[in-house]
Design a protein. Structure first.
Length: 346
């Protein structure tokens, strides 16, 4: 009997050792595993290409590897959350994915959309897979994080009383959005249509077309995302609140225009040094103490507190989820073992 037990123990040890060996030596093109599911190098490389500006100088080896590590970490977190969403039956349906895909494609013509795919190296299936993951993860976070956030009226009152000075506006402020058109294409600036003027004549024509679109009822923020040639394209041209003193450092004609605008008003194209601007006045705030009874004050406090709590709970949820998952990052291991060199591929 003792001999039989020893044989069984030895056999179990061999099996365990074999499984450990198998786990420790994946294929060189497997860069991570999440609960046994592989994340291949090709997947990371594909997303890496979409985040590198083809018109800018190529990143150094260290910069490239840092970005790839960051992308891989995102994919690991997404896989962990996607597994949780699957267990809770929160995976986005085909109909939801198609609706979101159609929405994301709508700003482009078919020719523009196909060019975007070629430029990024992604396929329609890649985009739909990303959309399904994003929608599913958002469903999970809505249930596990956002649904737990509650901001009471007392919370708002307490915050205001403790931070009253924050609501004392020292000078008039102007909430402005803009669309910028320049005669010189800037490689570091991107808009959704990849539309940039390259000459004075092109800039003048482009801004004239945009003025016509706005007059016909086009949405200002959408046009800014599609055509503006500055760094605010991702926010729909929104500059936030600009204090009056900051206008003193701008073009005198621009300041005069802003001071005379009413909320909701959109200017015709303004010719300034370096091109043209079309401005929209979203809101104006006079100087003085903002009172708690002001609905805008209450909403700003509520939004700020909600955002803070959401960020905190998201971070805590992700840490907990990652602690419970079995993750191995082979890319990080290979980088350490090779002293920072790019791992070779098959």
């Amino acid at each position: 009997m003792k001999r039989r037990i020893l044989v069984l123990v030895a056999a179990a040890a061999c099996v365990f050792a074999a499984s450990c060996k198998k786990e420790a030596t994946p294929g060189p093109d497997v860069w991570a595993t999440v609960n046994g599911k592989e994340i291949p190098r090709a997947q990371v490389e594909k997303y890496f290409r979409t985040r590198v500006n083809a018109e800018a100088p190529a990143p150094s080896q260290e910069e490239a590897l840092s970005l790839k590590l960051s992308i891989l970490d995102e994919l690991i977190n997404n896989e962990i959350l996607l597994e949780r969403a699957s267990k809770m039956n929160l995976i986005a349906s085909d109909a939801e994915v198609e609706d979101k895909f159609t929405e994301s494609k709508s700003p482009y013509t078919e020719e523009e959309f196909q060019k975007k795919l070629r430029d990024t190296g992604l396929t329609v299936d890649d985009l739909k897979s990303d959309i399904r993951r994003q929608l599913s993860v958002q469903k999970l976070l809505n249930r596990e994080v956002i649904a737990k956030i509650s901001i009471t009226d007392q919370d708002v009152t307490d915050f205001y009383n403790k931070n009253r000075a924050q609501f004392n506006v020292a000078e008039p402020q102007y909430h402005i959005a803009q669309i910028v058109v320049t005669p010189h294409a800037d490689a570091s600036v991107h808009n959704r249509k990849n539309d940039k003027a390259t000459t004075d004549a092109e800039a003048k024509h482009k801004v004239s077309v945009l003025e016509e679109k706005l007059a016909a009822g086009a949405d200002f923020s959408q046009l800014a995302m599609d055509y503006s040639e500055d760094s605010t394209t991702t926010t729909g041209g929104d500059l936030g609140f600009v204090p009056e003193s900051a206008l003193n450092r701008s073009d005198p004609a621009l300041k005069k225009t802003v001071l005379g605008m009413k909320p909701g008003e959109v200017t015709p194209p303004i010719a300034i040094q370096g091109g043209y601007r079309i401005l929209k006045m979203i809101a104006k705030e006079a100087a003085g103490q903002r009172v708690l009874s002001d609905p805008q004050v209450q909403q700003s406090i509520r939004d700020m507190m909600r955002n803070r709590k959401e960020q905190l709970l998201r971070s805590a949820y992700m840490i907990e989820a990652r602690d419970e998952a079995h993750v191995t990052n082979y890319l990080a291991r290979q980088i350490l073992e090779s002293a920072g060199k790019l791992p070779a591929s098959n």
